[in-house]
Design a protein around this ligand. Structure first.
Ligand SMILES: O=P(O)(O)OC[C@H](O)CO
Length: 453
């Protein structure tokens, strides 16, 4: 591995009187670093969708562009796992900004060099590479969370960090559209401005990557502080044992992740959770306009509200799992998935002509689905030692994106084409039930109690 990426080595411990103030300062600093860093990843994950209407004007069909778009999810799912294993053995301070800058370079190439948007094959390759670099965001964020926040506070802190992706996804559209308007003015009659959809979010992301680099520190020990378990007297096991030795990839994979039935359980749950997340979100504008008579303006408002409703929902879910269920994530996931099921049924059976009910049910799905999305990431961090956190989360991402998102995009489209919306909704309903069942299986599992020493 490149020396630059190696985990930051421990340095001599600071004097006792400095520990508390330094810990407090660094915890705020690293948290802001991964929050804005991960939000910025989303600026470059989804911006191609906004370039699509401009690219259709250039003669590409929706089907072709949809195919190119699928490259992001395919590459992201594989990379979140593969780069997760690399990230567990890397310095988060370098890894997270590096991935963001590499992703930005791909977007800048697509914006500045017409060749890179000249055919579907080339766009597929560029978006695949972009999706791959996108996989360098979640794992180092997870590594920072587990090294700087102890087990009993992890639910709340992970929930707050997790809304970064809703914030990033939410502000991407205005930045990308602003970029398009700017470039339409700059380039005059030469272009419709689609370049700006790639360029402006990429420039913002590069600035944020630099700020993240300034703020993030890999581990407490790398800045002369004790482990978080010692600092907060909050250990994952009664023996007060903590994991401080960096592991080999073989140990991470075969000792802690691939032979861990709980990690497999949540990876499978993630297929169903992501099928619902993207099956509802990505098809909402089409479903609402075809079946419920919404115009595009109203559909885009519904889409926007779905994302933003996820923020309070995620925070509530993290809070409930910490306080009400005392660190057990399974019951919170079960309850939220039942809520999603009810909201999906209302969204499905509400007859055309009641737009307010469609809107409310879609907001309810957004409010409820992001809690389980977050809980699966949190459980992945919970079920393995902190040196294997990125890999475990990566495995859930692999299943979620390849099994859930890609099928939600492709399979859902075909099923609706051939068998109608009812068939699509049967799949969504079944996914809600299956996700709830898998969460129920993890009902009594609490945090790091299942980690094998
Ligand atoms: O879909 P991802 O990989 O961006 O993850 C989103 C949430 O952060 C999951 O916790």
């Amino acid at each position: 591995m490149l020396k630059l990426f190696q985990p930051a080595p421990p340095i001599e411990r600071l004097p006792n009187e400095q520990i508390d103030s330094e810990y407090k300062k660094h915890r705020i600093q690293v948290f802001i670093g991964i929050f804005i860093g991960y939000a910025a990843y989303y600026l470059l994950r989804k911006n191609f969708s906004l370039a699509m209407p401009y690219l259709t004007d250039q003669g590409f069909s929706k089907g072709e562009l949809g195919l190119a778009l699928s490259a992001v999810s395919i590459a992201y799912g594989i990379s979140k796992f593969v780069m997760g294993t690399v990230s567990d053995r890397s310095n988060s301070r370098i890894f997270l900004p590096a991935g963001l800058i590499l992703s930005a370079i791909i977007c800048l190439l697509m914006g500045f060099v017409p060749f890179f948007t000249s055919s579907i094959a080339i766009m597929f390759i560029m978006l695949f590479i972009n999706g791959w670099f996108q996989g360098m965001g979640w794992p180092p964020s997870g590594r920072v969370l587990v090294h700087w926040f102890s087990v009993s506070e992890r639910g709340g802190k992970t929930a707050i960090w997790n809304v970064a992706h809703n914030v990033g996804g939410g502000i991407m559209a205005p930045i990308a559209v602003g970029g398009a308007s700017l470039f339409a003015i700059i380039l005059g009659t030469h272009s419709n401005g689609y370049e700006g959809v790639f360029i402006l979010p990429a420039l913002v992301a590069i600035v944020i990557a630099l700020i993240s680099y300034i703020l993030i520190r890999d581990t407490p020990q790398s800045v002369g502080l004790p482990s978080i378990e010692e600092y907060r007297n909050d250990y994952p096991s009664k023996e007060k044992k903590t994991f401080e030795t960096e592991l080999t990839t073989k140990e991470i994979l075969f000792k802690y992740v691939l032979n861990n039935k709980w990690v497999w359980a949540i990876a499978i749950a993630n297929i169903f959770v992501y099928f619902v997340r993207y099956g509802v979100l990505d098809w909402a504008p089409t479903y609402l306009s075809e079946e419920k008579g919404f115009n595009m303006d109203k559909s885009s408002v519904a889409y926007f509200l779905f994302e933003w409703a996820g923020i309070p929902g995620t925070l509530l879910c993290g809070y409930i799992s910490d306080k009400l269920f005392k660190g057990r994530r399974g019951p919170a996931g079960f309850v939220f998935m039942l809520g999603v099921l009810i909201a999906v049924l209302v969204y499905w059976f509400n007859p055309p002509g009641n737009p307010m009910i469609d809107m409310i049910s879609l907001i309810a799905i957004g409010f409820l689905i992001y809690g389980p999305v977050m809980l699966i990431g949190l459980q992945a961090l919970d079920f393995v030692p902190k040196k294997a956190a990125g890999t475990a989360a990566g495995l859930t991402g692999l299943f979620g994106y390849l099994g859930g998102t890609v099928t939600a995009n492709a399979l859902m489209g075909y099923i609706v084409d051939y068998a109608g919306w009812n068939a699509g909704f049967i799949l969504l309903t079944a996914s809600c039930v299956l996700a709830a069942i898998v969460f129920a299986i993890t009902w009594n599992v609490r945090g790091q109690e299942v980690v094998k020493h």
